[in-house]
Design a protein around this ligand. Structure first.
Ligand code: ADP
Length: 468
């Protein structure tokens, strides 16, 4: 017999025994009264438990299961066990959901859960920020109402979600987002979003760079192959031949310079090429550079040297010589004959060491200054080419400066001249013990003022620093 039935029969059994005993000793009237009282007690007991059960069933889910007696003990105990298991299961589920939400919130990518009719069921904070959603009010809204870029709407319609698409962010101008739909369960989808602005910029730079290099190489190659054909086809006299060969050599040198600058740039950018830290004196380097400048100028310019302080520098002598050399070569190439080029060095009061090249050349208008250190950027393309420029000189200078935690400071005024300065941080500069402390305005007031870019920038507003 099942325990509930057994326990349920105990009370009626006792009542029946009492009725029989009363019938035997006190007659049928008393027995009837005992039967009525017993039946009422049994019904009352069951009704009371039924009432307890009903109250528990309509109370909140975490309400305590009531304690029962008699036949109800087993039923309430079973309910109690079930409620406890349910609570434990719910706690586990809540933990899983919390963990999922923590993971989703920490994800660098945005995630939106879409239901079968592409309505927003949930979104992590990153997706809300990237796509401009507000979960509290957008939950249940069709995603098409909120992500409205035509490329996305087409993508959503196609049903082919193998690849992501890149769209411009409608929230932050200039930012690019990669969006991908990932179907899951029977008919739901995840919309993943990722900020790919930087990746896209790198890809575009790479494309531009390849296009630029190809273009730069194509021009001299076309000229050279044109001359070769002419030399093959035409019967030229010795003078013409020599002239053509000279022109071909010039173009070949341009290509050599370009390739050399490209190799220098790639070496400077390489992770496997750490900076060579050495100590060297500045004065001998400046003397070398000034001799190079004179050779380059072939007596067409006045080349002056202004060494304010004797000092030792920590860094790569070769790299700094190449950067300074580029600035000197530019000064000569962009300064008409009879102009003056001044190479200067000083240690400022804050301990930073400034190498500067000043010229009285063609100068640069303020609007071009921000782009000068971009690869292949030239203000005057034909002048750069005619003087053997590759368009990479200042990009090299910027990289060398970056590797030395130095600032590249440029001041210029169109038609009057320019000053390019590399400011090395104090920890890379050691003033010679017997060198008097340089304070702007003592040894060469003009030099200090111009090196800081003040002179040119106050008149043109054209000064900037490029640094780490
Ligand atoms: P390039 O090989 O063309 O000289 P750079 O990177 O060295 O390339 O310089 C970029 C551009 O900056 C030059 O094409 C030129 O227009 C401008 N520039 C650089 N130095 C000077 C200067 N001292 N005076 C005037 N313009 C300059």
């Amino acid at each position: 017999m099942r325990p509930v039935v057994r326990q349920g029969l105990v009370a009626p059994g006792i009542v029946a025994a009492l009725v029989l005993m009363t019938l035997a000793f006190a007659g049928s009237g008393a027995a009837l009264a005992v039967l009525a009282a017993g039946a009422a007690a049994i019904v009352g007991h069951h009704l009371w438990h039924l009432d307890q059960l009903t109250e528990w069933a309509v109370a909140s889910l975490d309400a305590q299961v009531p304690h029962g007696s008699g036949a109800w003990v087993g039923a309430f105990a079973a309910l109690h066990r079930r409620a406890r298991n349910h609570a434990a299961h719910e706690r586990d589920l809540r933990q899983v959901i919390e963990r999922f939400q923590q993971v989703a919130a920490a994800m660098p990518d945005g995630i939106v859960v879409l239901d079968a009719s592409n309505r927003i069921a949930w979104a992590n904070p990153r997706a809300q920020a990237q796509l401009g959603l507000e979960l509290a009010q957008d939950q249940g809204q069709p995603i098409m109402n909120l992500v409205r870029q035509p490329e996305f709407l087409r993508y959503l319609e196609t049903g082919d979600y193998g690849e992501s698409i890149v769209v411009a962010s409608s929230r932050d101008a200039g930012r690019m987002l990669a969006l991908q739909l990932v179907p899951f369960a029977a008919d739901q989808k995840l919309l993943m979003s990722r900020d790919v602005t930087e990746l896209e910029a790198v890809a575009r730079m790479r494309r531009d760079f390849i296009a630029n290099v190809s273009h730069e190489l194509k021009t001299p190659l076309t000229v050279i192959s044109g001359f070769i054909e002419t030399l093959q086809d035409l019967d030229l006299d010795a003078g013409q031949r020599t002239r053509f060969l000279q022109l071909m050599q010039e173009q070949a040198r341009n290509m050599q310079r370009l390739v050399a600058d490209l190799l220098t740039l790639s070496a400077l950018e390489s992770e496997h090429n750490p900076l060579v830290e050495e100590r060297f004196e500045v004065a001998p380097l400046l003397l070398e550079l000034s001799a190079d400048a004179k050779a380059l100028s072939r007596g067409q310019h006045e080349v002056a040297l202004d060494i304010g302080d004797a000092a030792t520098v920590h860094g790569s002598r070769d790299e700094l010589a190449s950067a300074f050399g580029n600035l000197v070569s530019n000064a000569i190439r962009y300064t008409p004959p009879a102009g003056t080029i001044t190479l200067g060095w000083r240690v400022d009061a804050d301990g930073s060491g400034v190498f500067e090249v000043r010229d009285t050349g063609i100068g640069i208008a303020a609007e071009y200054l921000p782009r000068l250190t971009e690869r292949f950027y030239r203000v005057d393309r034909s002048r750069s080419r005619a003087t053997g420029g590759t368009g990479l000189g200042l990009a090299i200078v910027k990289h060398v400066a970056l590797r030395h935690q130095a600032q590249l400071e440029i001041g210029s005024e169109r038609g009057r001249g320019s000053v390019f300065a590399i400011r090395l941080p104090a920890r890379r500069v050691e003033r010679a013990p017997d060198s008097p402390e340089h304070s702007p305005g003592t040894s060469d007031p003009d030099s200090a003022k111009r090196a800081s870019g003040e002179d040119a920038s106050t008149s043109t507003g054209a000064q900037r620093g490029t640094g780490p």
